[in-house]
Design a binder for this molecule. Structure first.
Ligand SMILES: Cc1cc2nc3c(=O)[nH]c(=O)nc-3n(C[C@H](O)[C@H](O)[C@H](O)COP(=O)(O)OP(=O)(O)OC[C@H]3O[C@@H](n4cnc5c(N)ncnc54)[C@H](O)[C@@H]3O)c2cc1C
Length: 469
C-alpha cells in the first residue's frame, strides 16, 4: 500500500473540509433569510409570496431561476433547510480521488443566484403545510403562498426496508455505513473511511425500488475500485445487487472487467438483513439456482443466508419521497417510494391545482436525476408563468417527444479518465410523461470512452453554472 501518498491525501482532506465549512452562508440579502434566522418562532407570520418553492436543490432552484428569468416582477421565494448547496451528481469522482474533484467542487453558495435573480430565500426547515390556509410552517415562522412548488428530494426508508431494526440500530448503521445519497456530511464520512482503510473489502449494497440516480451505486463501485487500485489497497468491491439487472449494467460490467479484472464482484438477487457493526460484518440473503427446473422449465431458486466482512460499508438504503410530500397531504402512488400523482402531462399535482411538484418526487415515469429535475423545473416555471400572465399553456412534450431530455454520465475509470452514458427521450402518451433509455457505444465498439469522460466534466460545469453563475 502506498502510505506516503495516502497520508498526504488525508492531510489535504482536512483542509478542504475546513474550507467547505467556512464557506457556509451566514445570511442572504434580497429575501427573508435574516428575519427567519432571528425569528425562531413557528407562530410568526414571516410574509406572503405569490410562488413559494420548498427545496433549493436541482429542481427548486431551476423553477425559481427560470420564473425570474421569464418575468423579473414575479414574487418568488425559496424555503431551503440547508445553508449551503451540495451537488450529488459527479460526487463519486470525489470518492475516486479524480484530479481536481475535491469537496470544494461540489459546494455552492446560494447568495449568487439569490443576488442575480432577486427572489427571496428563507433558510429554515419546513415542518408542516396547510393547503386550506395556504401556509407553510417552518422552524422560523409561517410563510403564506398562492402557488406552492415542491422539490424536497428524497428520504431514506430504513423503517420500510428493515422493519425489525430499532431506531437506535438504524441510526448507528447510518452513521457507520453512510448511504451518501443525500447531499451533506455522509459523502465526507464515506470519503474519510476510504482514506483511512487498510487492506480489505468495500461492500456497496444497492437499493431496490425507485431511487435517485439509478447508476450511482455502480458508478461508485467503479470509482472506489479505481481508488483502491491507485492506492494499492488489496481487497475487492462487493456490490450487493437486489435484482437480475441494474442501470447501464452491460456498460458497467464491460468496463469493470476491462479495467479492474475481478476486483468488482457483483452479487445479484441479494438483500441485506443486518449489519454487525462490532465485527464489521454484513449479513444478507441471496437467491441462488438449485440446479433443478420446475414444470415450466424455469430454474428453481433457493434463498441462502450469507455474511461478509468489510473494511468499509456503503449501505445505500431504499429511498422514499421526502416527508414534505406527506405534510402536503397529496395523493401518491401505492409503491414504497410514494411518488406525487401528477395532473396528466403537467407539473401540477393531481390533488391541488395550486401545488406543483418537480425533481425526484414527481409521479412521471422519468428517471430521477439532476438533469431531469432541471428539465422539469424549466417546464414547471413556464407552466406557472403562463398561468400568472393569464395565458393558456401546453407543455411541449405533450405534442412532441423530447430527444435526450435526460443525459446521465458515469465515470468508470481514471488515468485515463473514461465514462459511459445513458440518454432518455421523453414522451407523453396520455397517462404520465415517460422516459425511454439508450446506452450508446463509442466508436471503439466499447461502451466507455475518454470523450464521454470529458463530456461528463463539461456537463457538470454547464449545469452548475446554469444554476449558480
Ligand atoms: C451519488 C449520486 C450521483 C448522482 N449523479 C447524478 C448525475 O450524474 N446526473 C444527474 O443528473 N443526477 C445525478 N444524481 C441525482 C440528483 O442528485 C438528484 O436526482 C437531484 O438532486 C434531484 O433534485 P431534487 O430537486 O428533487 O432534490 P435535491 O436536489 O436533493 O433538493 C432537495 C432540496 O430540498 C431541501 N429540503 C428537503 N426537505 C426540506 C424541508 N423540510 N425544509 C426545507 N428544505 C428541505 C433539501 O435540503 C435539498 O436542498 C446523483 C445522485 C447521487 C446521490
Amino acid at each position: 500500500m502506498n502510505m506516503n501518498r495516502r497520508d498526504a491525501l488525508k492531510a489535504g482532506a482536512v483542509s478542504v473540509a475546513a474550507v467547505a465549512a467556512a464557506s457556509t452562508l451566514t445570511g442572504c440579502t434580497g429575501g427573508e433569510t435574516g428575519t427567519a434566522a432571528a425569528a425562531g418562532n413557528t407562530g410568526t407570520v414571516l410574509g406572503k409570496h405569490k410562488v413559494v418553492i420548498i427545496g433549493g436543490g436541482f429542481g427548486g432552484l431551476t423553477v425559481a431561476n427560470n420564473l425570474k428569468k421569464i418575468d423579473p416582477s414575479f414574487d418568488v421565494a425559496i424555503i431551503e433547510k440547508s445553508d449551503t448547496f451540495m451537488a450529488c451528481p459527479v460526487s463519486n469522482t470525489y470518492l475516486g480521488k479524480l484530479e481536481g474533484m475535491d469537496l470544494g467542487k461540489f459546494v455552492f453558495d446560494y447568495s449568487q443566484p439569490v443576488e442575480k435573480h432577486g427572489y427571496a430565500m428563507l433558510q429554515s426547515e419546513v415542518i408542516s403545510i396547510d393547503r386550506t390556509a395556504k401556509t407553510v410552517t417552518t422552524a422560523a415562522g409561517i410563510v403564506q403562498y398562492e402557488i406552492l412548488v415542491l422539490s424536497p428530494g428524497i428520504a431514506y426508508n430504513y423503517e420500510g426496508q428493515f422493519p425489525t431494526w430499532t431506531k437506535a440500530h438504524a441510526a448507528a448503521v447510518q452513521r457507520a455505513c453512510p448511504p451518501a445519497m443525500i447531499p451533506g456530511s455522509e459523502h465526507v464520512a464515506l470519503e474519510r473511511q476510504l482514506m483511512n482503510m487498510d487492506d480489505g473489502d468495500v461492500i456497496i449494497a444497492a437499493p431496490s425500488g425507485k431511487f435517485r440516480c439509478p447508476p450511482a451505486p455502480y458508478e461508485r463501485a467503479a470509482m472506489i475500485a479505481s481508488y483502491m487500485k491507485k492506492e494499492e489497497i488489496n481487497g475487492k468491491v462487493i456490490v450487493l445487487v437486489p435484482g437480475e439487472k441494474f442501470a447501464k449494467m452491460g456498460a458497467f460490467k464491460e468496463s469493470a472487467k476491462d479495467l479492474f479484472g475481478d476486483k468488482i464482484v457483483y452479487m445479484h438477487h441479494t438483500a441485506v438483513t443486518d449489519v454487525d457493526l462490532k465485527s464489521k460484518t454484513v449479513h444478507f440473503t441471496q437467491k441462488v439456482p438449485t440446479g433443478k427446473k420446475d414444470n415450466d422449465g424455469d430454474m428453481i431458486m433457493e434463498t441462502v443466508k450469507k455474511s461478509h466482512k468489510y473494511s468499509v460499508c456503503n449501505l445505500i438504503v431504499n429511498h422514499k419521497a421526502s416527508p414534505v410530500v406527506q405534510m402536503a397531504t397529496l395523493d401518491t402512488t401505492a409503491d414504497a417510494f410514494k411518488k406525487v400523482k401528477m395532473n396528466g402531462c403537467s407539473f401540477q399535482t393531481a390533488t391541488d391545482k395550486d401545488v406543483y411538484a418537480v425533481g425526484d418526487i414527481v409521479g412521471h415515469a422519468i428517471p430521477p436525476s439532476g438533469q431531469t429535475a432541471v428539465w422539469a423545473g424549466k417546464q414547471c416555471a413556464a407552466e406557472i408563468a403562463h398561468r400568472l400572465h393569464g395565458k393558456p399553456y401546453t407543455l411541449p412534450v405533450k405534442t412532441t417527444p423530447v430527444k435526450a431530455g435526460n443525459v446521465c454520465f458515469s465515470m468508470v475509470g481514471d488515468s485515463p479518465e473514461e465514462g459511459i452514458m445513458v440518454t432518455h427521450d421523453f414522451s407523453w402518451t396520455g397517462a404520465v410523461i415517460k422516459g425511454k433509455g439508450h446506452v450508446p457505444k463509442a466508436a471503439s465498439g466499447k461502451y466507455r470512452s475518454s470523450n464521454t469522460a470529458k463530456a461528463l466534466r463539461d456537463w457538470y460545469r454547464g449545469i452548475m453554472s446554469d444554476l449558480f453563475a
